[in-house]
Structure formats: structure tokens, C-alpha cells
Design a protein around this ligand. Structure first.
Ligand SMILES: NC(=O)c1ccc[n+]([C@@H]2O[C@H](COP(=O)([O-])OP(=O)(O)OC[C@H]3O[C@@H](n4cnc5c(N)ncnc54)[C@H](OP(=O)(O)O)[C@@H]3O)[C@@H](O)[C@H]2O)c1
Length: 411
């Protein structure tokens, strides 16, 4: 199959845009050239000549010689305007913008169908790690049971530095930003939102389920305190921000993002710094483990490059699992064993939500409870007391454990 000539209109020339520009110079076999670059700030110094840039998106969108738009900007609303206009004009699109894809998944699906043009976004989930195309293609015939992983590079970097090198949270965040790993708005990373957007994209390709961001529960790392770090160190655990989804035999799907104590025998334990790691579990193959750099200019650009290359062979996502319309529904019934840190005076209130509770107090003003709680109750607690409490997942309670606990109660 011969390769299609690609004439690219690039939006954004920041960390990833510049990375892509450089990577493309080193990939002559790909029949792709950048025709025009649209950026926002007229006064910013650039590393290449001013003749390469425009500040008007229509210079790209209305240029009929441009057949591919690569969108690498840090503004999700503006990105959606650009991407939807490009698709309407019949241009193929590559994007790295998980917030934009997650917030407009259904509309983007419709636009691709209506205008018969592809939109690829491998870099939007786990940057350099090829997960979307694997979920989309490889697992089509092997029943996928669960996906679990570290999908946000900057929080993993922050947790690694605060945990192993005793760096303060603020210093670790600043380092992640200086290295180009963090989002322009840090709460997207530290609040677990970025991980949630990625989980939403993975759910669509893994299980054919389209969620909205509001459907999925996320807790970030910004409330993790000394007590949890101490608890983890004493027990030989690490704390990782983990996104997970698992499907039960009846089609119910649990999906959430939460910091988790990870034990040394867990493959995620050694996924440190800016790396991402995802474990997939299937009915016949058992587990697979993907690992790769989850942020940074060249690693992210490499995934964008891979999408551009795929376009040159006219690849597009077929969204087979979505169109198969299997009966998959989201549930908040999952039972989680968590450690919850709280203010001492609120202890009674929290206990109401737990089915089993073990409790301990430090000699400070806060205490902690470990116990089993449903995702629904956890959600209610977080909505009411966000900022005052922190939760860390110990493990998801399995059906076997639930049955054993029920037997003890009835005996
Ligand atoms: N950085 C990573 O490691 C990473 C990893 C995976 C995915 N991503 C995603 O990749 C995208 C880009 O991230 P980044 O880190 O490269 O961001 P960045 O360094 O902040 O650069 C953003 C670029 O977007 C341009 N821009 C913003 N609004 C614009 C508009 N309305 N029209 C035209 N240009 C506009 C900016 O223009 P000026 O240069 O004029 O300011 C800048 O060049 C984001 O969606 C991010 O989530 C990043």
C-alpha cells in the first residue's frame, strides 16, 4: 500500500508542538510536511523563522492544500473549535488533547462519522505508550476484564520525588512543570482530572462505553499528607495515582481514579518518575503489562508521529465495541477497602458510611480509619468534605472476599 502525502497544519508550538517539529525533521521516510503553524502569542520568541507562523486559525482551516490538522494546544475549548471545524472541512485530525476528547467524545464520534474523516489521539492517553490502538484492535476478540494503571506522568513524578527523595510537594510540582511534564493548569494533574479524562478515553476503546467526565469518580494527590506517607513507608508500600476499570460478568462496569497503596509485588510498584504503566486482564491471555514515558516533548511527539504515520496508510478507529452496542452500564456499587484520614471530631460521621471499620489515632489532631466503603459513599463523602479528608485505596474488595465476610456475619 503506498503512502499518502500529508500536508500538515499544526496548531501549537509549545512543549509537544516543538517536539513534533523536530521529530518530523528526523523522519524523512514519512511523506509529511508542515505547511503552516498557528500559535497564540505574537510576542513570544520562536526557535524558527516568523514566516512559519500564523495567528489566524482560518489560514490553516481554509487552506485546501492542507489535508491534516495536528492540534497540540493547551486550551481544550479552543481545541474543540479547531478540531470540529477541521473535521467539517474534511481534514483528518491528530490531537493530544485528552480534556477536549473526553469532554466531547460523542460529538467527535458523530463528526467523524458524518464527514467520514479520521481523528486519532494516541498521545492523549499515556503519551508514548501505545495503548489506545491496542485496546481498539488487539483485544477485540479476547474478552477484556479490567484495565488498571498509572496514566498521569506528572503526578507519578511528584509522588516519586516526594516519596523517595523527600522533596516537598511544591518543589516536586515545580520540577515537573519546569521539565514540561505538567499541564499548564496543575489542578488538572494533581486533582486526578487528567487521569480521569484518559480513563474515559480508555473505557471507550476497551469496553465500548462512553462516559462523561461527570460520570467518573476521581480523587487526586493534593490532599495526601504526612500520615499517609508514614503509613506507606512503615508497611513498605508506595502511593501511586491509579486509574482503573473492571467489568463484571453481568456487564456492570466500575471505573475510578484514586491514589492507591501499591505493594512491592505489584507491577505498578516500579513504575516511577514520569513513566506510565497499564495492566490489562483478559479472559484468555491472563495479564499484559504496558509501560512507557507518560509525558515530555519527544515521547509525546512520538505518539503524535505514529498517528500521522497511521493516517498516511488511511488508518482510522472503527470504534467496533461502541457500535456493537453491548449492554455495558456504569455502577457505583464497587466496594473498596480504603484508608481515610480525617479530623478527629468528624470520626462518627465517617463511620456511618463504612461497612467495616478499623480505627487508629495518632497523637495529632487527625486520625485514620481503614475499612470497606462503596464507591457511592466515597463519592458522597468527598463531595461534602473535600479538602478536609484524604482517601487512599488499599484494595478493591473482590466478590470472594465479600462472600466470605457475609458468611462470618451470618455465622
Ligand atoms: N507536555 C506533555 O508532556 C504532554 C503529554 C501528553 C499530552 N499533552 C497534551 O498536548 C497538548 C499541548 O501540550 P504542551 O505541553 O505542548 O502545551 P504548551 O507547552 O503549554 O504549549 C501550548 C501551545 O498552544 C498554543 N496555543 C494555545 N492556545 C492557542 C490557540 N487558541 N490557538 C493557537 N495556538 C494556541 C500556545 O501558543 P503560544 O506559543 O503562542 O503561547 C503554545 O504554543 C495539550 O493538550 C496537552 O494536554 C502534553
Amino acid at each position: 500500500m503506498s503512502r499518502k502525502q500529508l500536508n500538515i497544519g499544526l496548531f501549537g508550538f509549545g512543549c509537544v508542538g516543538l517536539g513534533l517539529y523536530e521529530v518530523l525533521q528526523k523522519s524523512p521516510a514519512l511523506r509529511a510536511n508542515i505547511r503552516n503553524i498557528c500559535v497564540r502569542d505574537k510576542d513570544k520568541p520562536r526557535t524558527i523563522g516568523a514566516e512559519n507562523f500564523t495567528f489566524d486559525k482560518n489560514d490553516i482551516l481554509n487552506d485546501e492544500s492542507i489535508n491534516v490538522v495536528v492540534e497540540l494546544i493547551d486550551d481544550a475549548d479552543a481545541a474543540f473549535e479547531i478540531v470540529s471545524a477541521a473535521l467539517r472541512k474534511g481534514k483528518a485530525v491528530v490531537s493530544a488533547n485528552k480534556k477536549m476528547v473526553a469532554e466531547h467524545f460523542t460529538e467527535l464520534l458523530e463528526l467523524q462519522r458524518e464527514y467520514n474523516v479520521p481523528l486519532l489521539y494516541e498521545a492523549a492517553a499515556c503519551a508514548s505508550m501505545p495503548i489506545i490502538r491496542n485496546l481498539e484492535e488487539y483485544y477485540d476478540n479476547d474478552l477484556l476484564e479490567s484495565i488498571e494503571g498509572i496514566v498521569n506522568g506528572s503526578t507519578n513524578y511528584i509522588l516519586t520525588k516526594t516519596f523517595s527523595e523527600n522533596l516537598s510537594y511544591a518543589d516536586a510540582l515545580k520540577q515537573a512543570q519546569d521539565l514540561g511534564f505538567a499541564e499548564s493548569n496543575p489542578i488538572l494533574d494533581t486533582g486526578g482530572f487528567d487521569a480521569k479524562y484518559k480513563l474515559l478515553i480508555l473505557l471507550a476503546h476497551a469496553f465500548g462505553y462512553i462516559a462523561t467526565p461527570a460520570d467518573l469518580f476521581n480523587i487526586g494527590i493534593d490532599n495526601i499528607g504526612e500520615l499517609e506517607l508514614k503509613y506507606a513507608k512503615e508497611k513498605g508500600f508506595k502511593i501511586k495515582l491509579v486509574a482503573q476499570a473492571y467489568k463484571a460478568a453481568d456487564g456492570s462496569l466500575s471505573a475510578f481514579v484514586i491514589p492507591k497503596f501499591v505493594t512491592p509485588d505489584d507491577r505498578l510498584y516500579n513504575v516511577d518518575d514520569v513513566f506510565n504503566g497499564v495492566i490489562t486482564k483478559t479472559s484468555f491471555a491472563d495479564t499484559h503489562f504496558f509501560v512507557g514515558r507518560g509525558a515530555g516533548a519527544y515521547p509525546t511527539a512520538s505518539a503524535v508521529l505514529s498517528d500521522i504515520s497511521a493516517l498516511s496508510y488511511e488508518y482510522k478507529y472503527e470504534y467496533k465495541k461502541i457500535y456493537r452496542e453491548e449492554d455495558v452500564r456504569l455502577t457505583n456499587e464497587a466496594e473498596l477497602k480504603v484508608l481515610l484520614r480525617h479530623r478527629r471530631e468528624d470520626a462518627e460521621l465517617f463511620k456511618l458510611h463504612f461497612s467495616t471499620v478499623e480505627e487508629a489515632y495518632t497523637n495529632h489532631d487527625s486520625g485514620y480509619i481503614t475499612g470497606n466503603i462503596t464507591l457511592q459513599s466515597l463519592k458522597a463523602l468527598q463531595e461534602k468534605h473535600s479538602g478536609e479528608i484524604s482517601f487512599i485505596l488499599i484494595n478493591v474488595v473482590t466478590e470472594t472476599e465479600k462472600a466470605a465476610a457475609a458468611q462470618v456475619v451470618s455465622a
